[in-house]
Write a protein that binds this ligand. Structure first.
Ligand SMILES: C=C(O[C@@H]1C=C(C(=O)O)C=C[C@H]1O)C(=O)O
Length: 414
C-alpha cells in the first residue's frame, strides 16, 4: 500500500506468549526510537512498539494525515496529542509537536482477538531490524534517588487561581466548571531510564502508556480514565469526576466512598462531564446508554464514575473526528470548553503539553484512547509530574491542593 509515497510491507511473526513485564523489558532493551507502549485496563491489548514505519507528527490536520484511505486494519498507529493545541508550546514538550502518532516499525502485540504481528518499511529493513534486536530481558532496576523535589508553583498561586475561578463560576454565566492543574518537579543527579519508571507502574489498574519520541523525552503514566473506545461497532466511554483519597482502614475507606456518593458538589462535577459526553455522542451515535453512578477504587484515590455507551449512527464520525469532538472533556478541561480553556491558559503558568490530552491507538477498524492523566514527562534528569482537580461552586483551594497531591502519589511514591 502507499502511504505518502512510501511502500510498506508488513511481516507478521507469531511469537510465544509474553506478558506486560516482558513487553516493557523488551522495550527497555531496544536502541531505536521512537518507542511506544500501550496497555488497556482489561489487559486485552498489550503493545510495545519501536522505530517508525510512518510518523504523523506536527501541527497539521490530524484527520487528513492519519489513516489515509486504504490503510489496512492491521496497521495500528500509537500516539496522542496536546491538551490545548492553541497554547504556547513549552520547550520541554517540543519533541512531541501538536500531535505525535507512530506506526511502529516493530510492534510486539498481544490482543485477545488477534495474533502477534509487526510492520516495517521494507523486507530488507525488517530482517535487519529483527537481527539487530536485543532480546535480553534483564532485571527490573531501582530508580535513582531524587536530588530535589519541588512544586512548580506555590500554594498561594493555586489559591488565588481557584479564588478567581470561583468568582467566575459565581456569575453563573459561561463557566460552569474548570479543571485547574499544577506541576511538580523531581530532579536527579543521574539519568532516569523512562522504561524503569514504566516498569514501576506495572501493578496499577487502568491504562499504562508511554510515548518516547527520543532518548531524552518520554511521556508516560497510569491513567484510569478512558476517552473512548470503538470496537464491534460500539462506542464505550466513561465520565470520571469527583475524588476522595483511599482510607487508612477498610471502614474509613467505605466512609470516604459513602461521603463521595452523597456529595452534591462531586455529583454536580460528575454530572457536567456526563452531560457533555452524552451531548457529543448524541450527534454521532444512537442508543446512548448511561450507567448508574458508582465508585471506582484506585491505589491512592477513589472516583465517582458513570459508564456511557452508544452505537455509531449512520452519520457516525471517524475515530479521529470523535477524538477531536470529545477531547478535552470537562473531566480535565471544564464547561463550556472554550471558556474553560481560556481560563486555564490565563492562570496556569505552564504548558500542560500532552497531559490531559488523548493517548492511545487507532486503526481503520478499532481504536482506544485514554485521557492522559496520572502522568509524567520524563527528561533525562528531571520528571515533570502533573495533576489537576475540577473546580465547581463549593470547591476549597486547600482540599483541591491535597487532592492533586494524592493524584501525584502514583509517581511520587515510586
Ligand atoms: C485532572 C485529573 O483528574 C480528573 C479530575 C477529577 C476530579 O476533579 O475529581 C477526577 C478524575 C479525572 O477526571 C488528574 O488526575 O490530574
Amino acid at each position: 500500500m502507499l502511504l505518502e509515497e512510501t511502500e510498506l510491507v508488513r511481516i507478521e511473526v507469531r511469537i510465544c506468549s509474553f506478558d506486560v513485564e516482558d513487553a516493557m523489558l523488551w522495550l527497555r532493551s531496544q536502541h531505536e526510537f521512537p518507542k511506544v507502549f500501550f496497555l488497556n485496563p482489561e489487559r486485552s491489548h498489550i503493545a510495545a512498539g519501536v522505530g517508525s514505519a510512518h510518523l504523523v507528527s506536527g501541527e497539521g490536520d490530524l484527520q487528513r494525515h492519519l489513516l489515509p484511505e486504504g490503510t489496512p486494519a492491521c496497521f495500528r498507529y500509537y500516539g496522542g496529542s496536546r491538551f490545548d493545541a492553541g497554547a504556547r508550546v513549552g520547550k520541554e514538550w517540543q519533541e512531541f509537536g501538536g500531535h505525535y502518532f507512530v506506526l511502529p516499525q516493530i510492534e510486539i502485540f498481544y490482543s485477545n482477538c488477534a495474533n502477534a504481528q509487526d510492520a516495517t518499511k521494507s523486507l530488507g529493513e525488517a530482517i535487519s531490524a529483527v537481527k539487530q534486536m536485543n532480546v535480553v530481558l534483564s532485571e527490573e532496576r531501582d530508580l535513582p534517588k531524587p536530588s530535589s523535589m519541588k512544586d512548580g508553583s506555590s500554594y498561594e498561586h493555586w489559591k488565588s487561581s481557584i479564588e478567581s475561578a470561583l468568582e467566575e463560576l459565581k456569575k453563573g454565566a459561561e463557566l460552569r466548571k474548570v479543571v485547574l492543574s499544577r506541576n511538580f518537579f523531581v530532579e536527579f543527579s543521574t539519568e532516569v531510564e523512562p522504561m524503569d519508571l514504566l516498569l514501576k507502574l506495572k501493578y496499577h489498574q487502568g491504562y499504562l502508556f508511554c510515548l518516547q519520541p527520543t532518548p531524552g523525552s518520554a511521556f508516560l503514566g497510569c491513567s484510569p480514565e478512558p476517552l473512548f473506545k470503538i470496537s464491534h461497532d460500539i462506542i464505550e466511554t466513561m465520565a470520571i469526576s469527583g475524588t476522595r483519597p483511599r482510607g487508612q482502614s477498610a471502614e474509613q475507606d467505605e466512609e470516604l466512598a459513602k461521603e463521595l456518593l452523597a456529595s452534591e458538589k462531586d455529583k454536580y462535577e460528575n454530572g457536567v462531564t456526563t452531560k457533555y459526553i452524552q451531548e457529543q455522542l448524541a450527534n454521532v451515535a444512537e442508543d446512548v446508554e448511561t450507567s448508574e453512578i458508582y465508585v471506582m477504587k484506585l491505589r491512592h484515590v477513589q472516583h465517582i464514575c458513570r459508564k456511557i455507551r452508544a452505537k455509531p449512527s449512520s452519520k457516525a464520525a471517524t475515530p479521529i473526528e470523535l477524538l477531536l469532538t470529545l477531547n478535552p472533556t470537562p473531566a480535565v478541561c471544564g464547561e463550556s470548553r472554550p471558556v474553560a480553556t481560556r481560563f486555564i491558559r490565563s492562570v496556569e503558568g505552564f504548558d500542560r503539553g500532552f497531559f490531559g490530552g488523548p493517548v492511545g491507538f487507532v486503526s481503520s477498524s478499532v481504536c482506544e484512547f485514554l485521557v492522559a492523566i496520572r502522568s509524567v514527562l520524563c527528561k533525562p534528569k528531571m520528571l515533570h509530574v502533573y495533576a489537576g482537580a475540577g473546580i465547581v461552586p463549593g470547591s476549597d483551594p486547600k482540599s483541591e491542593w491535597e487532592e492533586t497531591a494524592f493524584k501525584m502519589r502514583n509517581i511520587l511514591q515510586l
